[in-house]
Structures are given as structure tokens and as C-alpha cells.
Design a binder for this molecule. Sequence first.
Ligand code: SF4
Length: 493
Amino acid sequence: MISAAQLYDFVHCPHRVSMDAFGDPDERDETSPFVELLWEQGLVHEATIAAGLNITVNLRLIGAADRERETLSAMTRHEPLIYGGRLTAGDLVGEPDLLEWTEFGYVPGDIKSGSGFEGEESEGKLKKHYAFQLAHYVAILERLGLGSPTRSPYVVDREGRRVPYVLMDPQGIRNTETWWDSYQTALSAIRASLNQSNASTPALSAACKLCHWHSHCKNELVATNDLTLIAELGRAKRDVISGVIPTIQAFAQCDPDSYVQKKKTVFPGIGLDTLSKFRARAQLLTVPGATAYLKERVDLPIKDNEVYFDIEADPMRGVVYLHGFVERKFGQAGAAQFIPYFADGNEPTHEEAAFHGAWNYLKARTQDSTIYYYSKYERTEYKKLAEKYPAVCSVEEVETLFALPVMIDLYFDVVKKATEWPLYDQSIKTIAQYLDFRWRDTNPSGAASIEWYNRWIESSDPAIKQRILDYNEDDCLATGVVVDGIRALPVKA
Ligand code: SF4
């Protein structure tokens, strides 16, 4: 049976569906505490939202064997709002959180602990994994002759908003395929994967970090010298290129110009510059002793003081719980001082107080320091905080501050633009470790920090709080190590 959960997985990684069906369970990694936390928080959130809806039938606690029968029975009675139902049709199974009766038939809905939109909510872009799950419920309802013909299911999102997913709409301006057609394609691909008529392959991506097949897939990718080990290349480009250039070794030895025909490369959507960039990365990964270098000269400003800045946020709770700053005199790595602003509780007043302190500190430091942070995350979160707490500052003030020349996004302005590394990715963790920096914690990651924070909220254990602070301080120190490392890199044409 094909479930909505498989569609969710398919969107993040098509290989995951096949691994879960046919992989050796002994080779699975332990489920991370962060993933367990996500499940727990998802269930708590769902129960909280459900309690505020006018549910007329609650089937959540009925065993799977009886639930389908009870769902159909409730639908026959035209119950206005069914919670926790289960439906099957052919090879499809679905468990929509909500089934809402309209005069034209039932409309399914899901309760989500994330935002109903992708990225910036103002853009109103829908999430593909939500759309496919909802389309799956609609498909089952249609097969059973019980669905509303509108194909407009919905999610109730983190904020309790009802976000309609109009499945017959195009996905965007460039991609005009409807969500519904895209779902049908995904469904066919999953069927092909499950009946083994189409073999999938792993691809290194952000999804791998929290996946229980991470170790297995990483070993396979290394053993096959897979192109997705080249930083930022990814599954889509790998699938376009690998028929002609199958391995990193082959990529390192190729001549990108030989793939140009009529001013374009033979690889659709991949220009000569991109091909050359990945060839350079392939060379770094294959040439013994290859080291990082600058593609162009970079003059990082020199001021008496430097500040390295990093925040920790819990997207499920929608809270920024720590703003960490390490400040030090220029060139004196040993004399670094850590200044944290921690949300000492889970009330909005705690988050606001931490933001207030950090904002005032940051404003003062822009007068006498260069401030480094890694990626646009800090700026995005500060804009959201300003919207939430206008008494601290306005969104315009945040934009103005982050536009100052002393505010440097080390990832976008420097690493991505001007450097190359013999590494599988360009995360701060990977680059700082390459430069011999070591985190004190044995499991340093943003996901782990969120899990610790949630445990600290429940326990107020000072040891857990210290672990969160130490981890953040090390992230800030690592940013300083990368700044120093980049200053020492040679320039290679
Ligand atoms: S580890 Fe990565 S490639 Fe492997 S199944 Fe998981 S997400 Fe897919």
C-alpha cells in the first residue's frame, strides 16, 4: 500500500522510499533524538489544534483494523468533521487528520506543526510535501466516490491558519505543471520503485543528515565515487551529467569546453561556468594533498575588534532562544570573550528580553567592530523577531543594520563567492573542522541544540543550559577560525 508518509519521504529523497521497503534493517542508523522530538511535538501540536476545532467524530484512538470501517460509517452519516480517519482504495492508504463534509463531498485536511508556506510566507508558495500528501487523500476520496470535486484540501498550520491547497493550480510561474499532475507523476515513480521496475540511487543532500540510512548511503556514495559528493552539485544535476561523466574521478579529468556546442553545454540547464566550478571541486576531492584556495582576492576588513555571531532557534516552537557573540581583538584568537543572550524560559517575554539585549549589543558593536555571521538565517530571523516585538526595533532597522559594510555574511559574501575547499559541503562545521577546529560537544548540531533546549525547558537543568551555551560559543569561535583560515588561503587563478 502507498501511504501519504511515503509521498512525504519521496519529495525529500526518492531513494528513501526504496530503502525503507527493501533496505537491510540492520544497517539503519539509530533514530536521532531530534527526529523523536519532532514526532512528539507534532503529536502534541496536533492534539492542541484538534481540541480547538468543532470535531464531531474522533477516531484517533481506534485501532487501525476498525478505524477504516468507522471512518466510512461516519462519512455515510455525513458527519461534519471527522478527526483521525483512515481510508484505503486499491493500492492507496491515507490517514487524513481531518475530513470535512461539504455539500459536494468530503474535503481532507492535515494539521501541521510547520508553516503552511515554503520560505518567506509573503510569497505564498505552497509546500510540495504537504501538497502531495493532501493530493493523496483527495485521490483516495475520489476513488471511493466520496470526495468534493473541487480538489481543494487544506492544512491547518503552526499558527492555526487554514491554508488552502488548490491542487489544480500551477505550481508557479516557471513550473506550470499543476500540483495534481505532479502528484500523479510521483505516485507512478513510487509504484515503480516498490515493484522494483525502476532502481533509485542515493544522492547526498540536506535530507541525509536526519535520515536513518545516512551511514549506509554515505558509504555507498563514497564507494561509487558519486557526483553528489561534489559540494552543491545535487541529485538533479547528477542525473543530468552522470550518463556522460559518471564519477568524480572522471569529472576531475574532463575538459568542460569539450561539452560545449553552439555556446551551450550538452547538459540542459548547466552552463560552462557551473561545469567548470564543479570540475575544480572534483579535482580538489581527487588530487592527493589538494588544499583549499581563493578564486579571487578577498580583503576582509581589519578593525580593532571582531565579533562572530550565531543564533539558535527552534522552528517548531517558533522561538529564537539564544543569540551568541564571541568578540575578540583582531588577530588575538586566544583573548576571545563569549557574550550570550539566552531566553530564560519559553514565554514570549523571555524571547523578547533576549532579543532586546542582543539587538542593543549588536547596534553598539557596529560602531567599533566587524561582525561576521554564516548565511542569511540570522537576518531572516531578526526580521521575524522585529515583526513580533516592534518595541525592540522595526524590520526596516534590521534591514539597515544588516546592510552595513561591517556586517559580513561569511558564507554568501565570501565562502560561496571566492573560495574552494576539498570537502563534500561548505557548512561552517565541515570547513572549521577542515581547519582543525574541534567542538567540545561530541554531537554538535543545530538539531541537537534544539533537542537540548526542549529538555532544558522541561527540566531547568543547568548542565543542559551550559551544553547549549558551549555549543553556541563553539559555533561562534568556529566562525572566527574560518575567517582566519580564509585570510591565510592562497589565491589561485
Ligand atoms: S541517506 Fe540520503 S540518500 Fe539515503 S535514503 Fe536517506 S535521504 Fe536518501
